[in-house]
Design a protein around this ligand. Sequence first.
Ligand code: AMP
Ligand code: TRP
Length: 345
Amino acid sequence: MSDHEERVFSGVQPTGNLHLGNYLGAIKKFVALQERHTCLYCVVDMHAITEWQEPEALRRSIRELTAAYLAVGIDPKAHIIFNQSQVSCHAELAWIFNCVARMGWLSRMTQFKEKAGKHRENASVGLFAYPNLMAADILVYKATHVPVGDDQKQHLELARDIAQKFNTDFAASIAARGHGDAFFTLPEPLITGPATRVMSLRDGSRKMSKSEESDMTRINLADDADTIAQKIRKARTDPEPLPSEPAGLEDRPEARNLVGIYAALCDRTVEETLAEHGGAQFSAFKQALTDLMVETLTPIGEETARLLTDTGHIDAVLADGAARARTVAEPILRQVKDIVGFVQG
Ligand code: AMP
Ligand code: TRP
């Protein structure tokens, strides 16, 4: 990898059930991007432990997410699949960013507020500093593009703020060390398409999430055909037929969610989907959606389960990815330390 090409980085937390939101908001896009970019896809296990994880469950989830990356068709030879904790550069740069980012910036993060809730005093320090580690993940590779779901937008803005402040605070040192007038380029978020925020199947005002108690609110990548059919059949809708134009979905969050999911699954726009299904009753549309979902997701679930029977192979993919990730990150981290003023051997 040369220093100036476009480079894609993204991460997913190994915290249990991968669901349709993770797939449409992020992982499906990871697959498409590998055609034209050099990509690093990370299993962010250090982010996972910002909230309590049982060690054996964490180990299983890391392997499961790795298997899912492979099952959707990410090529681990042409690109890099690895887990964060095997590349210590992330943690080292995150510490430096802990000293660049301001308390006030992090206090405004809505995800921290949501996750810490009323128990703020009892949240881990890691949960508060989480976005600094995320900025380090991206910037330690000088990644240029970051595909994520809509809920990560604020964290990416913070990563850009950190990059900018680092460039400004250290401007003289950056210039003196021959890096010109900026060391980090600001990473671009890629938050596009009809399913950047997939909602709960039971409540169109809530995000589909791994932490939601009822399994009926989400489709998991591991669900079998019958489970998918049952969840879609029971998904909340309204009594009207589908409109033929997107404007007709306003104030109909559940309908909008299902149409967005359908469109994203078959790589069409909401307009195209409504041109085809406008006027249909939900009973018919739900059947079409179930068929499409079963066709797309069940092979991924089955392939993930198959790959998981050989943990030796999974662990080898991660070790190889980590070794290659280090060759990109180490020189960049070295330059950062030099800019900051650390003496290195
Ligand atoms: P996480 O599981 O929190 O690590 O999320 C992994 C990726 O999935 C991130 O890019 C998220 O933005 C994305 N994601 C999570 N939930 C949803 C959702 N309901 N809709 C769209 N994208 C999502
Ligand atoms: N915070 C992201 C999430 O929960 C995961 C993540 C960690 C990430 N590091 C990243 C995403 C770097 C993109 C780039 O979804």
